[in-house]
Ligand binder design. Sequence first.
Ligand SMILES: NC(=O)c1ccc[n+]([C@@H]2O[C@H](COP(=O)([O-])OP(=O)(O)OC[C@H]3O[C@@H](n4cnc5c(N)ncnc54)[C@H](OP(=O)(O)O)[C@@H]3O)[C@@H](O)[C@H]2O)c1
Length: 392
Amino acid sequence: MGDGRDFDLVLQGATGFTGRRAAAELAGVAPPGFRWAVAGRDRARVEALAAAHGVDAVVADGLDPAAVDRLAARARVVISCAGPFSRYGDALVAACARHHSHYADLTGELPWIRQLVDRHHQACTASGTALIPASGFDSVPSDLGVMALVESLPEAAAVTGFVQLRGGLNGGTLASGIHLHERWRPADFAHPHLLDPDPDAGLRRAPAAPERPPVFPVPALHGWAAPFLMAPVNERVVRRSAALRAEGGAGYGRGFRYDEHLLLHGRGRARFMALALRTVEGLLQRPAGRRLLRWLGPRPGRGPSERSIRRGFARLTLVAGDLRRPVAVRRWHWHGDPGNAITVRCLVQTGLALAAGEAARGGVLTPAAALGRRLLDRLAAAGAVTEIPADR
Ligand SMILES: NC(=O)c1ccc[n+]([C@@H]2O[C@H](COP(=O)([O-])OP(=O)(O)OC[C@H]3O[C@@H](n4cnc5c(N)ncnc54)[C@H](OP(=O)(O)O)[C@@H]3O)[C@@H](O)[C@H]2O)c1
């Protein structure tokens, strides 16, 4: 695999909660002879982690442009768990673009992804360097699921996603949500086609989604829909996939739309979730509310217990066409806690796919636009996801 680089892959942010799990996952699944290293800002902790896995250590503070430049120059692929990404990621992504190192991370920070598109998409398209933000639970399952469903349809259709899940909250995820709202206003990421190459053209081509109330019955799935916290990210990533794939002639068709919801048993639970989400959003938008969430929630570096990570899951049901008369329904069961087990497998398999030269193109991409079917097959082979009959 040699091209003068020291490593096939470097994992940045390896000493954090998801980073440590990603290092352990890589140690288990990296192919023989794969040259990888762990990286982070704290020398002692990075070296201890590297020693535990028998790999090299790279010390690089995300806020030190020279250090991350050296890191990117040594790696064919960089995957990063160092978030909030809009705080620590700018210099690293720029260095990856400059050195033509493929890159993937776990960000769901929408306005930051838009900045990456504006800064790097053109140059990375030309150089064939794939930068793939949102390579965790947001937004790999939704993005690859929609791709697989749409590819199996005879003609374009609206797709609605329904997510059921069990999982815990990481301190790093809370910190990123708080940082997002400290830095941007909700209006800055409200555009439904924010990540499209040209957002307004996207809106003209395909209005975002049918107008639906926050809570509504879904008789075909024997449940009730409620707003889903990660839907704004997943929907915009899926729409970017549709737009990017259309450039290559493999778009999702003119009638394509995507919107995503939680699926719950009973109207009471759905109403409660809608209220809970409104409350959290209200708190995130106020300084005092953010202080309260920071005080109540887990600290950065912390996350759910091993037992809870093992018991977690996410189930994604995708319905094509009218909800009362669907033309197709497909369902995937993702194993383990969404923010940890699923996220880590998605990121690691994305990194391995990039290192194996599987990216279809360069640019600021999405999982479906960069790796498509190959990534879904990899994740299925790694035991991350199983497609199950839609009636189970
Ligand atoms: N997409 C998803 O579904 C998903 C799921 C889970 C997490 N995430 C995101 O992934 C990120 C990490 O989550 P987490 O739970 O692992 O958080 P975490 O435990 O707080 O880890 C944060 C990481 O960033 C590193 N870091 C902090 N400052 C840095 C700097 N100046 N330079 C370089 N690295 C620095 C930390 O290093 P130290 O160890 O030295 O503190 C740590 O490795 C968050 O942004 C979170 O939102 C996304």
